[in-house]
Structures are given as structure tokens and as C-alpha cells.
Ligand binder design. Structure first.
Ligand SMILES: [Zn+2]
Length: 62
């Protein structure tokens, strides 16, 4: 399945991210780190269109 992992930009722990439906457009969401509980802005995109695995970019939400 497409559930993935991201690295928290605050505490650098690896945390799992919910499965996202492939989209031709970027998907942005904000989730709280399950380790340090700070909010992370996640941008997901699919470089191979709607068939490949998503790529996640993370940045602090301030
Ligand atoms: Zn964290």
C-alpha cells in the first residue's frame, strides 16, 4: 500500500503518514508529530503521475 514514512523536521524521528490517494495535484496537509507533537506541514506529490509512489516533503509549520 501507499502508506509512507516521513522524518520529523523538529526531532528527526521517522513517523508514519496516512495513506493518500494518488493525485495529479500536490496534496498538502498538516499533521502533528507523534513523537514531539509539533505540527508538520507535509506536501505530497506523485512524480510518476497517479500510478507511482508519492514523494513527501516536510517543513515546520510555524
Ligand atoms: Zn517530532
Amino acid at each position: 500500500m501507499n502508506s509512507g514514512e516521513i522524518t520529523c523536521p523538529y526531532c528527526w524521528q521517522t513517523i508514519s503518514i496516512e495513506e493518500l490517494s494518488p493525485s495529479s495535484e500536490n496534496v498538502e496537509l498538516v499533521m502533528d508529530c507523534e513523537v514531539c507533537c509539533r505540527p508538520i506541514r507535509v506536501t505530497a506529490y506523485w512524480p510518476d503521475g497517479d500510478t507511482g509512489e508519492p514523494v513527501y516533503e516536510v517543513e515546520p509549520e510555524s
